[in-house]
Design a protein around this ligand. Structure first.
Ligand code: AHG
Ligand code: MN
Ligand code: MN
Length: 335
């Protein structure tokens, strides 16, 4: 079959063979995420209509209250995974504690845990700008049959078996990796199927876009300030273009396709950075590396950080390899 006509469903079945001793559990997780993504996509697309349609009474008839979209997305992803009995635990940016999941037989017999940021960039919803969902999958460390513990969630990113994101944009895409490259699928909303539109996605070695919230400039570490000045200086292929949406998924997606660097550094206001290591940095780092890019905290590889707590934050430098290396050079001057 021509690559371009392939649906995500077909792709998942085809790739199952890549996993030795696979029981299909991971494939079923990706399938569930695909389903939840369609449900959330439907809601995100209607976001601007909620008040209008609500005024006509639709909300009351259906008996559903208007919910904040990140709470809604959180529930959809969690319920979809729980109902299918395919994970033993879920951690979400929206929940203080992780959830343990028992099957209908009351056993905790599944092998995987999922961590997620159900709606990333949620402050952009009100202004009709793209948002996303980020997910990360680990094999559990604790024995099968027992409830998942924090040990299963607090694993370094190098242990991830899959990671991906959904971008609810001008078109909706699901992009993911299972450690064999990165593939992107675009939703055809008319028939509700994701098609392989971006096979084997790759960062260019270098690029000309830098993405950082420059409004915080005065609070940034000196290495970041110097790197920004470097991006803006008129030498070689510079100055670079500045692009910042304020929704990690969207900024990352653009940079991966066009070549660029995304930085969310520490600052005097946010001494550990803002992004969450487990729900944002690790999954994006896995995708970046699988696409030939690089992700660090300014000094060290993101995926080698040993997490200490669920909602831990980390500074994030991610994108085209040469650009991240250059930013690290500047950081090293002030180590
Ligand atoms: P979330 O909506 O999940 O809380 O994440 C928002 C994050 C990320 O998507 C984005 O890159 C960053 O916050 C933007 O932060 P600033 O507004 O501080 O630039
Ligand atoms: Mn987020
Ligand atoms: Mn979020």
């Amino acid at each position: 079959m021509e690559e371009r006509n392939k649906t995500l469903g077909e792709f998942i079945i085809e790739k199952q063979g890549e996993f030795q001793y696979s029981t299909g559990e991971l494939s079923r997780i990706i399938n569930s995420i695909r389903l939840a993504a369609k449900v959330v996509n439907y809601k995100v697309n209607k976001a601007g209509l909620v008040d209008i349609v609500g005024a006509a009474g639709e909300q009351n008839i259906q008996g559903e209250d208007q919910q904040k979209l990140d709470v809604y997305a959180n529930e959809v992803f969690i319920q979809t995974l729980i109902n299918r009995e395919i994970v033993c635990g879920i951690a979400s940016e929206e929940n203080d504690e992780f959830i343990t999941v028992a099957g209908s037989d009351k056993g905790h017999n599944n092998k995987y845990v999922v961590l997620m940021d159900p709606l990333d960039g949620s402050s952009n919803i009100d202004v009709n700008v793209s948002v996303g969902t980020i997910f990360s999958v680990f094999r559990r460390i604790t024995p099968i049959g027992s409830p998942a513990t924090s040990e299963d969630f607090l694993q370094p990113g190098i242990n991830q078996v899959a990671a991906g994101y959904v971008i609810y944009g001008t078109s909706t895409m699901l992009v993911y990796t299972t450690g064999h490259g990165v593939n992107g699928f675009t939703l055809n909303p008319a028939i509700g199927a994701f098609y392989l539109s971006h096979p084997n996605m790759k960062y260019s070695e270098t690029g000309n876009i830098y993405s950082i919230n420059e409004g915080n400039y005065v609070h940034f570490p000196q290495g970041v300030k110097d790197y920004i000045k470097y991006c803006q200086s008129e030498e070689e292929d510079r100055p670079y273009t500045s692009r910042y949406i304020g929704s990690l998924v969207s900024d990352f997606h653009r940079n991966m396709i066009k070549g660029g660097i995304y930085i969310y550094p520490t600052s005097s206001k946010a001494p550990h950075g803002k992004l969450r290591l487990l729900y944002e940095c690790n999954p994006m780092a896995f995708i970046a590396e699988q696409a030939g890019g690089k992700a660090s905290d300014g000094y060290n590889r993101i995926m080698e950080i040993q997490p200490k707590e669920l909602h831990e934050r980390a500074p994030f430098f991610c994108g085209s390899k040469k650009m991240v290396e250059k930013a690290e050079e500047f950081m090293a001057n002030y180590k």
